[in-house]
Design a binder for this molecule. Sequence first.
Ligand code: GLY
Ligand code: MN
Ligand code: MN
Length: 436
Amino acid sequence: MFSLDVYQTRRDRLKAQLPDGAMAVIAAAEEVIRNRDAEYPFRQSSDFLYLTGFNEPDAVLVLRPNAPERLFVRPRDPDREVWTGRRLGPERVQESLGIAEGSPLDALPTDMQAMLDETTWLEYPFDCKVTSALIEKCLADRKSHGRRQELLSHRVDLSRRLHQARMIKGPEEIQAMQTAGRISAAGHVDAMRMCRPGLTEDQLASVVEHRFRMEGSPSVAYQTIVGGGENACILHYIDRQDPLHDGDLVLIDAGCEIEGYAGDITRTFPVNGRFSGPQAEIYDLVLQAQADALAEMCVGRSIRLYHQTAVRTLTEGLIALGFIQGPLEDALEEKRFHPFYMHGTGHLLGLDVHDVGRYENDGEPVLLEDGMVLTCEPGLYLSQRLSIPEQFQGIGVRIEDDVLITADGPQVLTGDVPKSRDEIEALMRDGACAVS
Ligand code: GLY
Ligand code: MN
Ligand code: MN
């Protein structure tokens, strides 16, 4: 958790944007059952975490301009806590979270109705199922009790303000993301060191995740992808049951979470430590596309430009390889690269791996700003389904780094894991790497 004033500043900024008579409501995540009575690991709602730093389920934050902040939480319950873990309880909300009023969750239905009586403008994140359900319930109760109804038609999506704020990272967020980048890189370095034919994809994933955990990350930021050979051509491949074969490449897309902030790295390397000729050719083309794209990740440039640049480099290469027909401009216009490269070159990164924020405003692309963090992740996926020479089939390559946009140019947060072929081969041969 960051210092309390970080969260206070975020809440103050949000409240300052709300009109008089407004009430903003944001609910915590709920626990999710995996099977019978076993739960998935708890992950807090990113919006709620952003505003409170509080990591328990079943809580509701209420913000109003010119009124004390309120947080409804689970009450203390020594008997339950023996079974399911410690609870903060309303008594400790003020001291631990800096939120003026802590209240027990069972006071919420009555207190909400009283607050709604004084509310003329109701905001909540429409994309949050838990908050939306809570609001629907409160408004339905109002109706059945004959209370004022205008709010039914005065509801505003809080996500716009909140997600705009989350797009630009502050110093403490940047520090967390630098740490996430460093630890994520260390996991990839370990995977390169440990990889050998015969390991399964899942065993290699465990090497990456072991390092994350040992470095203090409580969780992966998303399901770790490890795809050998043709499996690398499945973009979100999480099966990981196949053995890794001598002569294939393996693609690992893995990132850890620090303070809820995601790292997101992809590296592709030979299972046996040596790139074949065709693998090297494709790898270097993707690496060149990434270098060209990274050079465009500068303040003031369109958020779309670095994708267009990567696509241009990849398309030139695909024409040179004879996989698609030129001339270049026609190939770009007709998107002939699409069977080989079907995703964007990056996304905003933060508390969510595909982070919130807008890529366009009124149809115009957003311009990159100091403090944004985005990934840069070109790839080529030469599936066996494609009509290309056999020696290229089953080669999937993606190279992904996390990039902080600064006034001094792009700053790569994930540079501690090698990506040139020479560096990768040296690391896999004799363990040599700048990262320990
Ligand atoms: N790890 C998901 C992505 O790179 O977008
Ligand atoms: Mn990504
Ligand atoms: Mn990724």
